[in-house]
Design a protein around this ligand. Structure first.
Ligand code: SF4
Length: 346
């Protein structure tokens, strides 16, 4: 793959190989003035992922600009990793994947097949469209809940699912997002931290501001700072209009209910989920909270969360507990001012 394509899809293995072949070292990338533009572009990649909506296309015309775009990607990965924040990793992965999907629209079918193969997907051309191996289809569409993605609505042939071009690109977006997310964070040492000290401080400040905008009013009397990473992530995904799998919705609804939110308050948290009609959301909330069912469900324990891929990786407190609710309770005790009673802590 040539530099112009690698600059557009820098998450591919071929892109890393190209940088190695150019003989550019990490030290040079961190400090030499020749790579100042790459460092600036890397930072803006992270800031855009954090603060902007859907990506816009960047077109790199000349070779120097293409190389800067390519090198900006490892810089961005470093900046995301140094922050070690699950929310930022998810935002960055999603933003990069959406940008890649946009760029793929202008690429020929053979390129799309090649990129899919690099990501390990068995995607083939077929009759002006594509076919994708069923296993890959199931793996990368499990967050897509709308009827057009249900298996029953697919044209299946000999273990392959027939996909129109735009659907194939949508599946690829999910595969790219997962590929990027699974590769983060990377180890970041003190040299890197000090080279990017000012940029990291700026990104951290922006990140905190962003988190503070999570609709604090909508979650009323509860304290988001006590949330375990799993519930924090689910809440962030919902408020970022990302698709949350059924088990994730079940977990966050039962969690919010157990820590004291009313059904209306929970609904407001869910109110603008794009792929979910309001009455279905209400029905689910009422069912999970025991309003319209005989069972008032409690959130799943950590082992179940892990088995559904909903545990983003434990932090230090997680290592002492087996249930997300314990995390919330312990955090409440840690933060409770002297003299406050236990009854007010949860
Ligand atoms: S260890 Fe438990 S509480 Fe911590 S993030 Fe994972 S599922 Fe949540």
């Amino acid at each position: 793959m040539e530099l112009p394509a690698l600059a557009k899809f820098p998450f591919l293995r071929e892109a890393a190989a190209h940088i190695r072949a150019e003989g550019i070292t990490l030290e040079e990338l961190l400090s030499e003035s020749a790579y100042a533009r790459a460092r600036a572009l890397g930072k803006s990649r992270v800031v855009e992922a954090l603060e902007k909506g859907p990506p816009t296309e960047r077109v790199a015309i000349d070779t120097a600009d293409q190389l800067a775009q390519l090198l900006a990607y490892p810089v961005a990965r470093i900046l995301v990793s140094a922050n070690a924040d699950h929310y930022l990793i998810r935002r960055f992965s999603l933003h990069e994947a959406m940008a890649a999907e946009l760029r793929l629209e202008a690429e020929p079918d053979d390129f799309i097949v090649h990129l899919a193969a690099e990501l390990g997907l068995d995607l083939r051309r077929e009759d002006g469209a594509f076919r994708l191996h069923l296993a890959d289809f199931l793996l990368y569409t499990n967050t897509l809940r709308e009827p057009p993605w249900k298996l029953i609505n697919q044209r299946l042939d000999a273990g392959y699912v027939h996909l129109r071009r735009e659907k194939a690109l949508r599946v690829l977006r999910n595969a790219i997002e997962r590929h990027i997310e699974e590769g983060l964070p990377i180890p970041v040492n003190d040299t890197i931290e000090s080279a990017f000290r000012a940029d990291l401080a700026d990104i951290r400040e922006r990140l905190e501001k962003k988190k503070a905008t999570f609709k604090a009013d909508d979650i009323g009397k509860i304290s988001i700072t006590r949330f375990p990473p799993c519930m924090y992530n689910l809440l962030a995904q919902i408020q970022n209009h990302e698709n949350v799998p059924h088990m994730g919705r079940f977990a966050i609804v039962s969690f919010l209910h157990t820590i004291g939110l009313s059904n209306d308050e929970i609904f407001r948290v869910f109110g603008d989920v794009p792929d979910f009609a309001a009455d279905v959301t209400k029905y689910q909330i009422d069912h999970i909270t025991g309003t319209t069912s005989p069972t008032e469900y409690t959130p799943p324990e950590c082992s179940t969360m892990k088995s559904y891929g909903l545990c983003p990786g434990p932090d230090r407190l997680c290592l002492r507990i087996r249930h997300p609710l314990s995390y919330y309770r312990i955090k409440g005790k840690e933060r409770r001012p002297p003299g406050e009673s236990a009854a007010t802590a949860v």
